[in-house]
Ligand binder design. Sequence first.
Ligand code: ZN
Length: 133
Amino acid sequence: MVFFADPRDVAALNEWILPAHERRRLVFVVESASDDTPRFTWEPATEGATSLDWPLWPVVWSAVELLTADALRRVLECANDPCGWLFVDLSRNRSRRWCDMRDCANKVKARRHHARTKRASDRGKTNDAAGGA
Ligand SMILES: [Zn+2]
């Protein structure tokens, strides 16, 4: 299922962008002692923060980064109907269907198995009833 953004959600995100971007700083990240590739990332500048909103700021940064990137074309909604989670399909053949294989994929497969088993069982009951009559 292809992802479409509700304009109300975009408006809500826009309200958060300015406060989130005003309060961030660049920090140097050392991945490991064996990897000396320099890397930087953003982190919340919480000094002087007057509200408890700051944990949301990295979420806003990530959302804006994704929404303005080519990767947006790979954002899909989980095929497990009641789930509704979005994910970025980074699979080579773009065939990913679930947000999480261990959770949603297993639930869908279990529901299919249960439905197949029930249909086979129902057919058996029908055959038994027809054969016993
Ligand atoms: Zn899911």
